[in-house]
Design a protein around this ligand. Structure first.
Ligand code: PHE
Length: 476
């Protein structure tokens, strides 16, 4: 305790009232909780199966250890160095960067409402399988019927939002850390157990074809290089980068907020390594859990779905075909997804709450309540986007969108790359990477990827991000 106080004397005024994680395990589990979310479960497995199996996995891994590591390290270090929220941290480092702070706070504010709506869908499916009505959830039209309903999705969204608020109201150590320490180990146990089960199943379809879980696994891990062209390689690369970005929860202020609660004496670069392993490991296991099951019961065509279609339409059908055990496996699966989504939404809310607290000197309770109301209002709009306020627009990337998709597109495809580009600029060219390296090694810790970090943050990452942004707006 006294050691911690000595180390942070330079920030004494600000740290006095600032919560912190009690140790590096608390920080790593909370940050990994943020990183592991719907993206790991409904997008990663699908991309891996679609984009040439093992090839995608290798590219993803290389990017995680270079590009992902650079952005994650930068954000956590900015947080710990300034002991400030995303809204106030960047202009501490350089005066002109207030707009970056504002953007880094707007991103989680945009994500929060629709993340709660999707979280509400998860609550609904969890309850359906728990109460034994999984078969009904597997019927055609169930999902469409549910989201176009005007009351149940709203009720479920409120349940999910309240659960998130309760954790955040508990504070950093007694709320977020304590919750992550219980939920993350449970999540690992569930995902390992369901993966093992998925690998042991087999099914004979109407045509008499027998398909096994192990064959399904091959689709995901064995590289399929047939038809590989420069163009397809490029698009795999961009898919992996976009996925990584979202998956590590970077460019939305979250890691700055969590970094600001990290103790000065904890080893920053080692913690980053652990978060990378956690996030990538869970994404891979999600693939092992989902791809074989979908392949066995639905064949290759079944693997076309991703996102909500995979989770709320295909997988319930898979569980229904499992017979009586399907309800039980389905309930376990949606419990797991609920845990993953909750630890992520907690982190989104905390990024906003910490910003309100630092900028407007609000108390935790009023900051949480304020954002709760804002999220609820926009959450209602998202829910009504499927019924009362239904419309269709085409996004620059060709997708047909409702309110939820528009918010998702603007935050993920436009704002997040911009936040990340500006962060690289700030660190690489304004304050210099040595400042960050100094923060990482301030207690004499080693930082092995130092050279890599410098090159990445100044040159490679910004260029890659600009390409990603141009692709998102349909220019290339
Ligand atoms: N990183 C989370 C995932 O992989 C998603 C997330 C998005 C988390 C936004 C927080 C905020 O699903």
């Amino acid at each position: 305790m006294t050691e911690g106080m000595n180390n942070s004397t330079e920030n004494a005024n600000e740290t006095k009232s600032r919560n912190s994680f009690t140790g590096s395990i608390g920080f790593v589990l909370a940050a990994a909780g943020s990183a592991v979310g719907l993206g790991n479960i409904w997008r990663f497995p699908y991309l891996a199966a679609r984009d040439g199996g093992g090839l995608f996995l290798v590219i993803y891994l290389v990017l995680a250890l270079t590009f992902g590591f650079t952005l994650l390290t930068s954000e956590v270090a900015i947080g710990r160095m300034t002991k400030q929220s995303p809204l106030t941290a960047y202009n501490r480092l350089s005066k002109g960067f207030k707009p970056l702070g504002i953007m880094a706070c707007i991103v989680p504010m945009m994500i929060m409402p629709y993340y709660c709506v999707i979280g509400g869908w998860v609550v609904k499916y969890f309850l359906a399988f728990l109460t034994g009505s999984g078969t009904a959830a597997a019927e055609d039209g169930y999902f469409g019927g549910f989201i176009t309903d005007t009351s149940t999705p709203v009720a479920m969204t409120i349940v999910f939002l309240l659960l998130t608020m309760v954790v955040v109201l508990g504070g950093v150590d007694k709320g977020i850390e304590r919750f992550s320490k219980v939920v993350m180990p449970l999540l690992v146990i569930l995902i390992v157990a369901i993966s093992i089960f998925a690998l042991t199943i087999s099914y004979t379809d109407e045509a008499g074809t027998v398909r096994t879980g192990l064959e399904g696994l091959k689709v995901m891990v064995v590289p399929d290089l047939s038809g590989l062209t420069v163009r397809s390689f490029f698009s795999t690369l961009m898919d992996a980068m976009g996925q990584l970005f979202y998956s590590l929860s970077i460019a939305m202020g979250i890691m700055v907020a969590y970094g600001s609660y990290m103790r000065d004496e904890d080893n920053l670069s080692r913690s980053i390594g652990q978060i990378e392993v956690f996030d990538t490991g869970i994404a891979f296991l999600a693939g092992v859990m989902i791809i074989p099951a979908v392949y066995v019961f639905m064949g290759r065509e079944g693997m076309e779905a991703s996102g909500p279609g995979l989770m709320f339409v295909s997988l319930p059908k898979v569980f229904a075909r499992m017979g009586t055990i399907g309800n039980f496996i389905g309930a376990l699966f949606f419990a797991l997804v609920l845990f993953a989504a909750l630890t992520s939404s907690v982190s989104i809310l905390e990024a906003i709450v910490s910003s309100f607290m630092d900028q407007f000197k609000m108390k935790r309770v009023s900051a949480t309540m304020t954002e709760g109301v804002i999220a609820l209002i926009f959450g209602l709009l998202v829910c009504f986007g499927y019924n009362k306020l239904y419309f269709e627009v085409e996004l620059p990337n060709g997708a047909i969108a409702q309110i939820l998709d528009i918010m998702d597109y603007v935050s993920n495809n436009l704002l997040m790359p911009i936040v990340a580009i500006l962060t690289c600029l700030l660190i690489g060219w304004i304050i210099g990477p040595d400042k960050i390296i100094g923060e990482i090694t301030k207690n004499g810790e080693s930082f092995r990827r130092r050279g890599l970090y410098k090159v990445m943050v100044r040159f490679v990452a910004p260029v890659m991000l600009v390409v990603l942004l141009l692709k998102a707006i349909g220019i290339i």
